[in-house]
Design a protein around this ligand. Structure first.
Ligand code: NDP
Length: 242
C-alpha cells in the first residue's frame, strides 16, 4: 500500500490545475486529476503513468461529482489534499447587456462547483481529523473591474466560503487555505473571450504575468506546512500588476 499523499485537483486539464498536478507529482504525491476534457487528462496519465488517476467530471453537476468521488478505487482514498481550482470567467460586457448564460457558467462552476466537490471530500477529512483544502480564489475577489462584476462576485464568494469552511471544521484538524493569484498566463483569457485570441492576448500587454507554475509553487508550499500550521490566505501578483 502506497504511503504517498493523495491529492485531488479540479481543473487539472490546463493552466494552474495542470501545473499543480505536476508540482504535487514532483513531490511524490499521487494525483486525482479532474476536469471535463478526458483527452487532456489522458495526456497527463500518459506522461506521468499510474501516479495520475484521470477523473472526467463536470464540477457543476452535483450528482456526477458525487458518483465520481463515491466510486474511487480503494487505493485512491482517503484524499489528503483537495485543490478546488476549476473555474472560469465568461463574457465581457456589463450586467445589463451580458448574456445571463455567462453568469450561470461562472456561478455554477466557481461557486457551486467548489461546494459540490468540497461536500464530497470534507466529511471524510473531518472524520479522520486530517486533510487540507486549498481553494483558488483571485485578486478579483478583493476588487472589481469594468465588465467583471459577476466573476469578481464569484471569487468574493470563494473567499467567504473559505473563511466559513475554516469555522465549520475548526477543532477537527482539517486545514482550509486560499490562494489568490493576480494575472496568470493560461487558457483563462481565451476561455473568457470565447477563443478570440486578440483580446485574450491583449490582457497581458505591458507586464510579465505569473506563470501557472508560479501559482503551483505557492499551492504546494501552502499544502506542505507542519500539521499545526494553516496558511489562511496568500495573494500573489505579477510585479508590475497594479
Ligand atoms: P484555465 O482555463 O487554463 O483552466 C481552467 C480549468 O478549469 C480547466 O482545467 C478546465 O477544464 C476546468 N474547468 C472549467 N469548468 C469546469 C467544470 N465545469 N468542471 C470541471 N472542470 C472545469 O484557467 P486557469 O488555470 O487560469 O484557472 C484556474 C483557476 O484559477 C480558476 O478558478 C480561475 O478563476 C483562477 N484564477 C485565474 C487567474 C488567471 O489570470 N489565469 C487569476 C486568478 C485566479 P475542462 O475545460 O477540461 O473542464
Amino acid at each position: 500500500m502506497s504511503t504517498a499523499r493523495v491529492v485531488l485537483v479540479t481543473g487539472a486539464s490546463s493552466g494552474i490545475g495542470r501545473a499543480c498536478t505536476e508540482a504535487f507529482l514532483a513531490e511524490g504525491a499521487r494525483v486525482i486529476a479532474a476536469a471535463r476534457r478526458t483527452e487532456r487528462l489522458a495526456d497527463l496519465h500518459a506522461q506521468h503513468g499510474d501516479a495520475v488517476l484521470p477523473l472526467t467530471v463536470d464540477v457543476r453537476d452535483r450528482a456526477q461529482v458525487s458518483a465520481a468521488l463515491g466510486s474511487l478505487p480503494a487505493d485512491w482514498t482517503p484524499i489528503d489534499v483537495l485543490v478546488n481550482n476549476a473555474g472560469l470567467a465568461a463574457g465581457r460586457g456589463p450586467i445589463h447587456t451580458d448574456d445571463p448564460e455567462n453568469w450561470d457558467r461562472m456561478l455554477d462552476t466557481n461557486v457551486r462547483g467548489l461546494l459540490n466537490v468540497s461536500a464530497c471530500v470534507l466529511p471524510g477529512m473531518v472524520e479522520r481529523g486530517s486533510g487540507h483544502v486549498v481553494n483558488i480564489g483571485s485578486n478579483a475577489g478583493r476588487e472589481v473591474y469594468p465588465g467583471g462584476a459577476v466573476y469578481c462576485a464569484t471569487k468574493a464568494a470563494v473567499e467567504r466560503i473559505t473563511r466559513g469552511m475554516r469555522m465549520d471544521v475548526l477543532g477537527s484538524g482539517v486545514r482550509i487555505s486560499q490562494v489568490d493569484p493576480g494575472m496568470v498566463e493560461t487558457e483563462f483569457s481565451l476561455v473568457r473571450f470565447d477563443g478570440d485570441e486578440a483580446p485574450a492576448k491583449a490582457v497581458y500587454e505591458g507586464l510579465t504575468p505569473l506563470s501557472a507554475a508560479d501559482v503551483a509553487d505557492v499551492v504546494t508550499w501552502v499544502a506542505s506546512r507542519p500539521p499545526h500550521v494553516v496558511v489562511a490566505d496568500v495573494l500573489l501578483y505579477p510585479v508590475d500588476q497594479a
